[in-house]
Design a protein around this ligand. Structure first.
Ligand SMILES: NC(=O)c1ccc[n+]([C@@H]2O[C@H](COP(=O)([O-])OP(=O)(O)OC[C@H]3O[C@@H](n4cnc5c(N)ncnc54)[C@H](OP(=O)(O)O)[C@@H]3O)[C@@H](O)[C@H]2O)c1
Length: 255
């Protein structure tokens, strides 16, 4: 691998690193040489990811954490620092889009809106600020926020998710300004990726077809296809990239 993409000696915290996109990012960051801390609520899932990385000769530590719990977040960063040293890379990937937050604005309960914002936006804010000392101390600090095409355009019947992801894009740009030149802060905007989050969408033939018809590459992405952009943004290959939103959407937003 080109030295540009080499993450040896770096320490990466990946929230939601137990399955789906976060799992793929955790594994690929480790393959590029980083010590990786997958953090999520499902202990069995993050432990399996850490074992996979260990079995492949990498370094990993699973740390159970809910990104909406400040104590969990502080503990996850402290555990990463104790195990491997200051955190150089934070991947804010934890996110969800529950059924009770889908619908017209007048029909979705306010608490559903708050819960989505609480994980997708406040959670990322919490982790980023809690890791600030570590990141600013690092020689090559990088924050990667996993947003969505829903952070770039509106989507019908998903206003909580879309508001959270637009907020995350705003947070990305603003923190990028405040932390330049010390820490680069970027976002990835995935399109439709085959994970647990999109299982119902993919199972609904009519919805699946309408998504594929709008996607120039004509398919859903595999989670690994979001991991490549994350490795790039974490690495020196992206040394002049900050405040950017990288769409990994099969061309969905090019229309
Ligand atoms: N799949 C797509 O098409 C797609 C498209 C655009 C953007 N995205 C974004 O990509 C990210 C990952 O999505 P995915 O498709 O991989 O979903 P997923 O398979 O459902 O995985 C979500 C991950 O987030 C974790 N998580 C959820 N709430 C959490 C919390 N409060 N604290 C800590 N971890 C939490 C989950 O673990 P626990 O439940 O164990 O905590 C899980 O590891 C999300 O931010 C999503 O919005 C996905």
């Amino acid at each position: 691998m080109s030295e540009l993409f080499d993450l040896s000696g770096r320490v990466a915290l990946v929230t939601g690193g137990g399955r789906g996109i976060g799992r793929a990012i955790a594994v690929e960051l480790a393959t590029a040489g980083a010590a990786v801390v997958p953090a999520a609520r499902s202990t069995d899932e993050i432990e399996t990811v850490a074992e996979t990385i260990d079995d492949d000769g990498g370094d990993a530590l699973a740390v159970p954490a809910d990104v909406t719990d400040p104590d969990d977040v502080t503990n996850a960063i402290a555990a990463a620092e104790d195990a491997f040293g200051p955190v150089d890379v934070v991947v804010n990937n934890a996110g969800f889009n529950p059924d009770d937050a889908l619908g017209r604005p007048e029909d979705v309960p306010a608490e559903s809106f708050d819960r989505v914002l609480g994980v997708n936006l406040d959670g990322a804010y919490e982790v980023t600020t809690a890791a600030a000392d570590s990141l600013l101390e690092s020689d090559g600090g990088s924050v990667i926020n996993v947003a969505s095409v829903g952070g770039l355009v509106g989507l019908p019947r998903q206003h909580p998710y879309v508001a959270s992801k637009h907020g995350l894009v705003g947070l990305t740009k603003s923190v990028a300004l405040d932390w330049a030149p010390d820490v680069r802060v970027n976002a990835i905007a995935p399109g439709y990726v085959s994970t647990e989050l999109t299982e119902d969408l993919e199972a609904n033939e009519e919805l699946r077809r309408s998504i594929l018809d709008r996607t120039p590459l004509g398919r859903f992405a595999d989670p690994e296809e979001i991991a490549g952009p994350a490795v790039f943004l974490a690495s020196d290959a992206a040394s002049y990239v900050t405040g950017a939103v990288l769409a990994a959407d099969g061309g969905w937003t090019a229309r």
